[in-house]
Design a protein. Structure first.
Length: 372
């Protein structure tokens, strides 16, 4: 399909990124024997809706920025993606204002009318939902019903999904993170708009490796292998904890690995590069540049009330005879990560945070080497 608008490319990306629902996985609650099947059908329906939005974005009142004239930028990207978010936002308002009964969502009409006003251009989206089989009926002055006659179980699955998402947002740790960093800090916030099955999963029972594989679902084989190998290598360090796409030591996030439609990046939080410059010198050239030409420079901003001339966040190091001054509030970004780079990158974290590789595993590896 030839795209005229940015939003069409984003809608197509969503179609491709919707994950298949596993036949069985640990659920957040007792959702009934047919939930997984109905939820799988719901994700397939959303996939059809996004495909339709890619073909006819104007029918959803999406923001139409032409590919050949509008520059790519934060406004274009955010508004294009945000106009697609409204589809799921409309469904969420319905669910938040209603309860399911006998395969029908009975919605408090007054509450719905108040809340739906917050969703821009909602009328066009509700009309499109009707075209896809959702049936609205005003049962009384304060009761609006939503049904899906072709497959009634989809309504219950939709309500359960939205309730699960509310549970995610009410988690005390996530609430504090949202307050500090905004909704974007939730690793699967974007995936919420894709009906990611992990929202309905018990996070304590779900295999973290499955989430890592899901994160790389749309990537090419080389990037996918590197991403998975990075996760597996992190397990060699008992002090490192993986959670929702990020790597922590205690409560401190020390590493983020992402890949989107523009670039792949690995972000390391390092404060004392000058103390382990020998490890930095061992990096391959394309990684070492993060500490030289591509290094984030101190801008003397006086952040957090610091004296620009004596800032506690200033960090210094010397590489190849050149002195560098950076900022510990920022991070070091690495691109084009290869599997062979992984041990050296973890060596930097080991030096920075004084963490040790699992000695038992190392001894086993050495024994295998000697035996071979």
């Amino acid at each position: 399909m030839d795209h005229k608008y940015y939003v069409q490319a984003y809608a197509k990306k969503r179609v491709d990124a919707i994950l298949p629902v596993p036949d069985a996985y640990p659920l957040r609650g007792e959702f009934g024997a047919g939930f997984v099947s109905e939820f799988s059908a719901l994700t397939a329906l959303l996939k059809r809706i996004y495909a339709d939005a890619a073909a006819y974005p104007g029918a959803y009142a999406c923001e139409l920025y032409p590919l050949d004239s509008a520059p790519r930028g934060r406004g274009v990207d955010n508004e294009s993606n945000g106009s697609l978010d409204r589809i799921v936002k409309c469904l969420r308002v319905l669910c938040d204002c209603g309860e399911t009964e006998d395969g029908v969502l009975r919605v408090r009409a007054r509450a719905f009318k108040k809340q739906i006003k917050k969703v821009k251009n909602h009328t066009a989206i509700l009309e499109k939902l009707e075209e896809f089989g959702f049936c609205f009926a005003l049962e009384s002055a304060d009761c609006l019903s939503l049904a899906y006659p072709d497959r009634p179980g989809i309504i219950a699955a939709l309500k359960i999904y939205m309730d699960c998402w509310n549970d995610v947002l009410h988690d005390e740790y996530i609430k504090s993170e949202i307050k500090r960093n905004g909704y974007g800090c939730i690793a699967y916030y974007y995936d919420y708009y894709l009906f990611d099955y992990k929202v309905t999963a018990d996070p304590g029972e779900l295999d973290p490796a499955q989430a890592v594989k899901d994160d790389s679902f749309t990537w090419d084989a080389e990037r996918k292998n590197t991403y998975i190998n990075f996760y597996e290598y992190a397990k060699k360090y008992p002090a490192i904890r993986f959670s929702n796409g990020d790597y922590y030591i205690g409560k401190k996030r020390v590493c983020t690995f992402r890949y989107d439609d523009r670039r792949e990046f690995l972000k390391l939080k390092l404060r004392n590069p000058g103390k382990y410059i020998a490890e930095i010198e061992r990096l391959t050239a394309h990684l070492q540049t993060c500490f030289s030409g591509a290094a984030r420079k101190c801008s003397r901003c006086g952040c957090l009330g610091n004296d620009p001339d004596a800032c506690n966040n200033r960090i210094c190091w010397r590489l190849d005879g050149v002195d560098y001054v950076g900022c510990s509030m920022d991070s070091f970004y690495f691109n084009d990560i290869k599997t062979e780079d992984i041990p050296r990158l973890f060596a930097l974290l080991a030096c920075e945070y004084d963490i040790k590789i699992n000695q038992e595993e190392t001894q086993c590896a050495n024994m295998k080497t000697r035996c071979n």
